[in-house]
Design a protein around this ligand. Structure first.
Ligand code: NIG
Ligand code: FE
Length: 382
């Protein structure tokens, strides 16, 4: 197997046990798709190929644990109306559902490919993709089949919103019956949008139970627009992650801390909907594990950039640059129940980002600047 040594790393953030702070003047050896060695540049073993990082910083590849990339159309007019004072509501999802149903498999696939490439250029090396803009048996299954071409981390989100003209109870029966059966072969996870205007706690519980019976692991969208019982449901069920977590009561925070469920914060959504940001400091102080993800979707947040979200988390949610970087890498891995990514250590997947900067701090210090100078995913450069 080909080995590559990356030397001259001015600052290497590993998140590995025992490395509380970044290593300086470091090197990493990649063997095939995995990391073989991490240490000081002076001790680095010889390898088939050598890459000089030129004193720049290297961080783990970003783990974007929440996205909705399978869709057609955009909702720029809705965004513009919001910026002129309208408020965001779950019902906008139906606009994208109509466009997605009308698109061919090829159109959906090439659009996802474009967005995945955009993400990769910005340092994302692990990506979750949800369905949720099909909302028929056929369109949910084909959305997941498209997503599966790009990632193993696929999530069935038939319970995104009740389609126009459909009775909610009848729709939940469809989501937990024939639609689940058609979607399950392409999905690892099941999700529901537990929110006013979407699904209530009882409906979300029913959807997650059906998913679990079909072998899918649960995750939830909860407490994005209002206070409610979604986060407590996620904690009670011991879900791997619950996402948004913007409106939290004290007992929601306590429940997350007790359950170990990861709180995935999506600050691009608050940016794009002009909502108040979640309070990451409050969660961290309570001992909750926090992840940051993009939530890239055409409605509430059409950014594919984890670095942008990381900068928002620092500026708007009270996180330090180190906490935000952890949340967007190791935290994202926890939110997907993965231990092979998010950390740079021997045996882990070789997912690395070379920054055109001397330190990871620049990710927040220089927001909006394309700092990603190189990406390796599973050892492959590009
Ligand atoms: O995560 N919250 C639900 N789903 C998306 C928004 C979908 C849309 O508006 O199209 C989200 O914010
Ligand atoms: Fe989402």
């Amino acid at each position: 197997m080909t080995t590559t040594v990356i030397t001259g790393i001015g600052e290497l953030t590993t998140h590995a046990p025992g490395h509380d702070r970044p290593l300086t003047d470091a090197a990493v050896v990649v063997e095939g798709s995995h990391i073989a060695w991490v240490g000081g540049a002076a001790e680095a073993p010889a390898a088939d190929q050598q890459v000089d990082a030129g004193g720049r910083a290297v961080v783990p590849g970003f783990v974007d644990s929440h996205s909705h990339l399978v869709f057609a159309g955009d909702r720029a007019p809705e965004f513009a109306a919001r910026m002129a004072g309208e408020s965001y509501a779950a019902g906008g999802i139906r606009t994208t559902v109509a466009a997605t149903r009308a698109a061919s498999d090829e159109q959906l696939t090439s659009h996802v490919a474009r967005l995945v490439a955009e993400m990769r250029r910005q340092g994302t090396t692990t990506l979750e993709i949800k369905s949720g803009y099909g909302l028929t048996v056929h369109d949910e299954a084909r959305s997941l089949a498209v997503a599966r071409q790009f990632t193993e981390e696929t999530t069935y989100l038939g319970a995104h919103v009740v389609p126009a003209g459909t009775d909610p109870d009848t729709y939940v029966d469809l989501v937990t019956g024939p639609m689940l059966e058609a979607a399950a072969p392409y999905a690892r996870w099941i999700d529901a949008f537990c929110e006013e205007g979407a699904f209530d706690v009882d409906q979300a519980r029913t959807v997650l139970a059906a998913g679990e019976a079909a072998g899918l692991r649960g995750r939830l969208h909860a407490n994005q627009l209002t206070y409610g019982g979604g986060v407590r449901l996620a904690a009670e069920l011991g879900l791997t992650a619950v996402d948004h977590c913007t409106y939290l009561a004290d007992d929601d925070v306590a429940a997350l801390a007790d359950s170990g469920t990861v709180a995935t914060l999506l600050p691009g959504v608050e940016f794009s909907t002009r909502q108040p940001y979640p309070d990451a400091r409050r969660l961290l102080a309570a001992g909750v594990t926090v992840a940051i993800a993009s939530d890239c979707n055409p409605g509430s947040c059409y950014t594919s950039s984890v670095p942008f979200c990381l900068a928002l988390a620092v500026r708007e949610m009270g996180m330090t640059p180190a906490e935000a970087l952890w949340a967007a890498t190791a935290g994202g891995a926890r939110a997907l129940g993965r231990d092979d990514v998010g950390v740079i250590a021997p045996g882990r997947r070789a997912d690395l980002v070379l920054l055109d900067a001397p330190s990871y701090v620049h990710l927040a210090y220089r927001p909006g600047v394309p700092l990603v100078a190189g990406v390796w995913q599973a050892g492959r450069p590009g």
